[in-house]
Write a protein that binds this ligand. Structure first.
Ligand code: URA
Ligand code: CA
Length: 433
């Protein structure tokens, strides 16, 4: 087989065979296909798209390019959740205990992530003593015992995706539905998921800025999942403003604990019920989404999800007392209140800008070796549609001195207040099964 023929076929709009796609991915992985040919094929895919069969084959070829996590000793259907970006998204911390308390095993492999705030791992490590260095055996045992464990990334998962992603980044081919969908799905499958629930964000703070693009991405991923034998469901959720109120690591852990106590922000709680009900259905513990939602609300209301969160923290060496004393989590030295400069109604809250403001305070990292300041971040006081009086607090900036002025001015600029009374945006924009 010659790579030039594969490129030509896709350039002219043809469908690649399984063998052609496997040849490409093997050549990327072992380095025998040069970057210029790989780039030409990526650009052809960008313009000519891929059909369902091609997408599924590409996904599984990327899975097969590296290691797979062996979770075969775990009982039950392993359900994983993936959110495409988002700002202040604390759902993983809440969904783990919620879904586990319903009897669905959650075996989470989690990374540190670049961006506005840390990844799930950074957030968990704001709990004193918590560690993610489990052996595979300990990991499996804990999932069987508690239904919930989180481990750091290990093994050489989807090396082909890593190489392709780096190439896409410098060849203007990141934003392609078949390439994004296969990239995300290959990582979930390599990490051992039997079933997958996707939360595709839409809006200003998201990767996909319009509902139409978000729907196309969600449909592409659901199509791949179902084609390769992983039950996959998706929701399209709003990211035109940050989810919940907190953006920051320890601040988000506090918000997660409050939510597990039934005292969390309405939008965050609602999204967790929506996603949790789908995970319970995908895990085979409920027949319908209504039944799933009842189960999730049940473990929230009777406190069993909160108890499970406590046992989970304890099992991984953390201080379980933080559940009753969230004030023991790392905290910033100073809280600066940001006040409205005029009265009116909140028109928009630039999710991305609030995320960047948190990053200026030190809540996130731009490169993988940077240190995160776990205590800092932003707690919004308002949502889109809320009424505000002049001088009323719109946000608290939790700071250790770095980036405070920048964060304050970004909040004033990006929490837009106007005279017009507006309705809050809907949280769920679509549902794909
Ligand atoms: N996230 C991924 O993991 N892959 C992509 O291609 C885009 C976003
Ligand atoms: Ca939040």
């Amino acid at each position: 087989m010659r790579m030039v023929d594969v490129i030509e076929k896709k350039r002219d709009g043809g469908s690649l065979s399984d063998e052609e796609i496997q040849y490409f991915i093997e050549g990327i992985t072992d380095g025998s296909i040069p970057d210029y040919q790989a780039s030409a094929l990526l650009m052809s895919v960008f313009f000519k798209d891929m059909d369902e069969q091609e997408r599924a084959t590409l996904t599984m070829a990327m899975v097969d390019s590296g290691d797979r996590i062996d979770l075969s000793g775990i009982e039950g259907t392993l359900v994983d959740k993936h959110s495409t970006g988002g700002v202040g998204d604390t759902t993983t911390l809440i969904l783990g205990p919620l879904v586990a308390a319903c009897g669905v095993p959650v075996a989470k492999m989690s990374g540190r992530g670049l961006g506005h705030t840390g990844g799930t791992l950074d957030k968990l490590e704001s709990i004193t003593g918590f560690h993610i260095e489990l052996t595979e055996q300990q990991f499996r045992d804990q999932v069987n015992r508690l239904k919930l464990a989180v481990i750091g990334q290990s093994g050489n998962l989807t090396p082909a995706d890593k190489k392709l992603y780096a190439l896409r980044d410098v060849t203007a081919t990141v934003n392609s539905i078949p390439l994004i969908a296969s990239s995300i799905m290959s990582k979930k499958i390599a990490a051992g998921a039997d079933a997958i629930v996707l939360d595709v964000k839409t809006g200003e703070g998201a990767f996909m800025k319009t509902d139409e693009d978000a729907r196309r991405l969600a449909e592409a991923m659901v199509g791949i999942g179902n084609a390769v034998g992983r039950r996959t469901l998706a929701v399209i959720s709003d990211m035109s403003q940050p989810l919940g109120y907190a953006v920051g690591n320890a601040l988000e852990v506090k918000e997660a604990i409050a939510t597990l106590k039934g005292e969390g922000p309405e939008d965050l709680t609602h999204l967790c019920v929506e996603l949790g009900s789908r995970m319970v259905v995908a895990g085979g513990k409920a027949e319908t989404l209504e039944e799933g939602a009842d189960l999730i609300r049940g473990v929230l209301e009777d406190g069993s999800a909160l108890r499970l969160f406590r046992s989970f923290i304890e099992a991984q060496g953390g201080d379980p007392e933080i559940v009753d004393h969230p004030d023991r989590l790392p905290a910033a030295k100073e809280i600066v209140s940001v006040r409205a400069e005029q009265e009116g109604f909140v028109q928009t809250i630039g999710a991305d800008d609030i995320g960047v403001a948190a990053m200026h305070l030190g809540a996130g990292r731009a490169t993988k070796d940077e240190e995160i300041d776990l205590g800092v971040g932003i707690v919004l006081k308002k949502k889109v549609g809320d009424r505000v009086a002049k001088g009323e607090p719109i946000a608290d900036v939790h700071t250790n001195g770095r980036g405070t002025d920048t964060a304050v001015s970004m909040i004033l600029e990006h929490v837009l207040i106007g005279a017009e009374r507006i309705a809050p945006p809907p949280l769920i924009h679509g549902d794909i099964q």
